[in-house]
Write a protein that binds this ligand. Structure first.
Ligand SMILES: CC(C)(COP(=O)(O)OP(=O)(O)OC[C@H]1O[C@@H](n2cnc3c(N)ncnc32)[C@H](O)[C@@H]1OP(=O)(O)O)[C@@H](O)C(=O)NCCC(=O)NCCS
Length: 492
């Protein structure tokens, strides 16, 4: 029973006790927040406590806090008490707030899901104010410095870093699933000669589901894992083949002797040599860039992955949808916009004038600002350092000087300081990709290749979460009602 009515005061009716374990409607204070923090919201509520506070804050005294929210509905004068867990109320608890018995109940309205947690997740933690990003509790800085993309993929999927034996087996599995069916190659040949590689990737990832029909059995963890391996392994092959098709070069097949990143560079750049030898600095840079993109909690494409997966669709179809979501310039295309901006600025001496125009509101500074990060994006720091290592091999991309000058001016300027606008991951990633020889159309493809383990980890977590159901939001209908159909000849 939800919200048992309290009849003690007939003039001010009270409904209390919207507390799941409390059918009598008598609210008892809960034990307070456990070690779970609302992530990525930019709000203080539910924030991960700083290290010196955390032990104290994780073990509050019983009775010290009452984790409920009291709401008075001024339409009726009724008061409701909603349970607060981990800094959130349950949207379904609002349904009990009604003006009459036949009222549907209150909804929360949140276009763009700006303040709605759609899941409880153990995968990625972001503290946007502090500029912290962690995969499964490990900081992105440590992973970028010490780990490899395949190890990070294992971590995201399985929850822990692998032992040496587990890592060997995982690497072997991924390496031996990089080939794609020859029919997929023919399928790719059917695309127009200048087809965008991202459009090709969306289509071919979706087409993979027709080659692995057992993938529909999403209840079987072994079958799920097999598809996870296939998707991580085949993404670089599809990505590189899409690129080769778009420039009219024959496909370069995977080379199992090479590392994950080294093999991708081989499939991208191999020409007449018998054996492609990746440059170790560029190979490591490629691997690090993939690590930096491997997950970012509930962003647009990940939400697409979870949403499609929630209908029990196979993971190839879900990944095609997630890739499509990433295709949009607001998600996967910002680094391309940064390059265009830097080219437009043209030289360091033009930077102050450009900044003034941004401040006047003529346009935004691309690669600056983030919905979640209100501090330096930790990934941007890693990329900035990486850029110089790459330039030692490729020669300096002259755009970096303009980017650094822009950053220096912006970080000192009150306009950007007050709005908490800092460089995001896209500010430097395009410059580094360009120096490595990737055309702009490949930027979102590289993003997708890095993000696939994150999508899959989130997809799997969603399937294993008993609280989840098919994603099906509500709407507030504001259109016409009860219109009479007029035959076409009578419409004027
Ligand atoms: C990423 C982005 C969409 C986040 O937007 P958001 O969190 O919704 O923030 P808002 O758009 O509400 O902006 C907040 C304020 O900062 C300003 N602002 C945000 N980003 C800005 C930028 N890059 N340049 C100049 N001003 C910016 C807005 O004009 C707004 O100012 P106001 O409060 O005076 O109106 C935004 O920062 C942006 O457009 N950045 C440039 C594009 C980009 O780099 N995208 C890649 C993201 S990974």
């Amino acid at each position: 029973m939800w919200g048992a009515r309290d009849t003690r005061d007939p003039h001010v009716p009270r409904r209390t006790g919207i507390t799941r374990d409390d059918p009598a409607g008598v609210c008892t204070p809960s034990a307070g927040p456990g070690p779970v923090w609302a992530s990525g919201t930019g709000d203080d509520y539910g924030r991960k406590p700083s290290r010196d506070q955390s032990s104290q804050e994780q073990t509050p005294q019983m009775g010290d806090t009452k984790d409920t929210l009291t709401v008075t509905d001024n339409r009726t004068g009724e008061t409701y008490e909603l349970e607060v867990t981990d800094g959130a109320i349950r949207a379904m608890d609002l349904r009990n707030i009604k003006v009459s018995d036949d009222d549907f109940g209150m909804l929360s309205y949140d276009p763009g899901f700006k303040n709605t947690a759609s899941c409880r997740s153990e995968i990625t933690f972001i503290d946007g104010d502090a500029g912290i990003l962690e995969y499964r509790g490990y900081s992105i800085d440590q992973l970028a410095e010490h780990s490899s993309f395949l190890e990070v993929a294992y971590l995201l999927i399985h929850g822990d870093l692998p032992t040496a034996d587990q890592m060997d087996a995982w690497t072997h599995e991924i390496t031996h699933h990089t080939f794609i069916h020859e029919n997929i190659k023919q399928f790719m040949d059917g695309f127009h000669h200048d087809a965008h590689p991202m459009g090709m990737l969306v289509s071919t990832v979706g087409a993979l589901s027709t080659f692995y029909p057992e993938a529909k059995d999403i209840e079987d963890p072994d079958i799920r894992l097999k598809q996870i391996v296939r998707l991580i392994a085949k993404f670089p092959t599809l990505a590189a083949f899409a690129y080769r098709h778009s420039i009219g070069m024959r496909y370069a097949y995977p080379d199992n002797d090479l590392s994950f990143a080294g093999n991708f560079l081989n499939m991208m750049w191999k020409t007449t040599e018998l054996k492609y030898e990746p440059n170790p600095v560029l190979e490591r840079a490629m691997d690090t860039l993939l690590i930096l993109h491997a997950d970012h909690e509930q962003n647009c494409s990940t939400t697409a992955m979870r949403t499609i997966g929630s209908s029990d669709a196979d993971p190839y179809s879900a990944a095609a949808g997630a890739t499509a979501a990433l295709y949009g310039p607001k998600h996967g295309g910002a680094n391309e916009a940064v390059l265009k901006m830097l080219e437009e600025i043209g030289s360091v001496d033009q930077v102050p004038g450009y900044i003034e125009r941004v401040k006047k509101g003529d346009f935004r500074l691309m690669g600056f600002g983030h919905r979640v990060y209100k501090n330096y994006d930790p990934r941007a720091k890693v990329i900035q350092q990486l850029a110089h290592e790459v330039f030692d091999v490729t020669g300096k991309n002259p755009l970096i000087d303009i980017a650094v000058a822009l950053e220096e001016v912006a970080l000192e300027d009150d306009f950007f300081v007050e709005k908490k606008l800092y460089p995001n991951v896209d500010f430097y990633s395009g410059i580094i990709y360009q120096a490595m020889g990737f055309p702009e159309e490949m930027f979102p493809v590289l993003f997708a290749m890095g993000r696939i383990p994150g999508w899959l980890a989130q997809w799997q977590e969603n399937l294993e979460d008993d609280e989840q159901a098919i994603a099906r939001p509500r709407q507030i209908y504001v259109g016409a009602r009860d219109r009479d159909y007029t035959p076409i000849g009578e419409r004027g």
